[in-house]
Design a protein around this ligand. Structure first.
Ligand code: C5P
Length: 435
């Protein structure tokens, strides 16, 4: 089982899709779900095929019932993780990367070929290898699923995307908004790395920029310059000034985070977030997690019409994340074998997983966070930092949630589940036995 077998299966899926007449694309709502959905839709458009699409947060009994009237379905970033899909008797293909077992339909999934679906290829990568279109979106999907540093099939994907001139890999400053934010906001709003005395400090930002001597406005158009508007010498001045500022403050570690590998989408406009794969992935997460996957798909497929709406959603998303992280930091509890955050009714189920991921740093045990879904059931998200661990969160959450009448699954280090509202104690006690 290796790459050639994987490609053969991808080819079989593509040939099956080519025979479909008017398929329904059923995809997930997060960044990887949107990009893999967009790659599939782009492929159908290239084939001049009519299609429809539908988004699900999870495939439960209700979803499966709804889908029973369909004749042809392409599942993307969904479908591989639950045997419920076997109840569907229509023509079905599955393009997924979740842990998978006992699925009777045709499926392309790195997990079936000895690769790691959690870190080695996302659903978008599987969709790219199936349809060989939009490798840049596949890189965005991988980064949206935090599949970094790249390994396994993601490295092959990256190579191909560079050869296709859809992605350029380069070393640069890693702060958010290189093409979209004027320099003052670029530094003022920087949170990764946080720049003490500059981030969130308008006077600090202004006096730092003054000390660099950089001209902040374009002399002819009077427009505020972004990082990408600087020439090579000016960029060098900004970076070296930031590094020496951080070193003067004994923050060498922060300065190391300032420069890193960045992936540019060569066919996208340079002056916006979609030029950078990480920034693009944040925008798509913002769309999906605010129930606007349509806008997310829109910016993937038809940039201009949807960009402003997507940017507005990003503002909402960032605010929700900031508040969520603050709450979670104040309420995280050590339950012995795992950390627990009870955010029911406080943090929305759509971002609880992202918040859990943001709190992982330096924590040595699994982190489980609880929220409420739209029906009042409990949605858990779990994350694990230690990639050498023997634990398999996806498997554990699937088993334990089924025991209490719920549904769940996912990856080894990032998983989720939904259980009935009155089963929280039973669930946590049972979970404890598995860690
Ligand atoms: O929602 P969250 O980001 O925590 O999900 C983490 C992973 O677990 C995702 O890959 C998601 O598809 C999976 N998951 C699942 N079943 C659920 C909830 C999440 O397979 N009920």
């Amino acid at each position: 089982m290796g790459f050639n077998d994987f490609l053969e299966k991808a080819e079989e899926v593509r040939r099956t899709v080519e025979k479909f007449k008017n398929p329904l694309v059923v995809h997930h709502y997060d960044c990887d779900g949107i990009t893999s959905g967009a790659i599939t839709i782009k492929a159908l458009q290239n084939m001049n095929k009519p299609y429809r699409n539908k988004v699900y947060r999870k495939l439960d009994e209700t979803a499966i019932e709804e889908l029973k009237t369909e004749k042809e379905i392409i599942f993307v970033d969904l479908g591989g993780g639950t045997e419920l899909v076997n109840e569907l008797k229509e023509e079905i293909v599955i393009i997924d990367h979740h842990q998978t077992k006992n699925i009777n339909h045709l499926q392309i999934n790195p997990e079936l070929f000895g690769y790691d679906g959690c870190l080695g290829l996302s659903a978008s990568g599987a969709a790219y290898f199936t349809f060989k279109t939009s490798s840049d979106l596949a890189i965005v999907g991988a980064l949206g699923d935090v599949q970094y540093p790249f390994k396994e099939l993601n490295l092959k994907l990256l190579d191909e995307s560079i050869q296709r001139k859809e992605i350029e890999k380069t070393q640069d400053i890693t702060l958010y908004g290189r093409g979209a934010r004027p320099l003052i906001q670029f530094l003022l709003y920087s949170d990764d790395p946080y720049l003490p005395g500059i981030s969130n400090n308008e006077n600090g930002t202004k006096s730092f920029l003054e000390s660099t001597g950089l001209i902040l406005k374009n002399e002819t158009s009077e427009k505020w310059k972004t990082y990408y508007d600087l020439n090579a010498d000016e960029k060098k001045i900004l970076i070296t000034s930031l590094i020496s500022y951080l070193c003067d403050k004994n923050l060498v570690d922060y300065s190391k985070k300032l420069i890193g590998e960045v992936y540019l989408l060569k066919n996208r406009p340079k002056n916006c977030e979609m030029y950078d794969a990480v920034e693009f992935s944040t925008i798509l997460n913002a769309c999906g997690r605010n129930n606007r996957t349509d806008i997310g798909l829109g910016v993937c497929l038809e940039h201009d019409k949807y960009y402003e709406d997507a940017k507005n959603l990003l503002l909402v998303h960032r605010k929700n994340l900031r508040e969520g992280v603050q709450y979670a930091k104040n309420h995280i509890e050590d339950f012995g074998k795992f950390y627990f955050i009870d955010a029911r009714g406080i943090i929305d189920e759509s971002i609880i997983g992202v918040v859990a991921g943001m709190l992982l740093s330096k924590r040595d045990k699994p982190l489980i966070a609880a929220s409420l879904d739209e029906n009042g059931n409990i949605k858990f998200s779990s994350r694990l930092l230690d990639k050498e661990s023997e634990l398999n969160l996806g498997k554990i959450l699937k088993e334990v949630s089924i025991q209490v009448g719920g549904i769940g699954g996912g990856h080894k280090y990032a998983a989720g589940c939904t259980i009935p509202n009155n089963k929280i104690n039973e669930f946590l006690l049972e979970l404890n036995k598995h860690f």
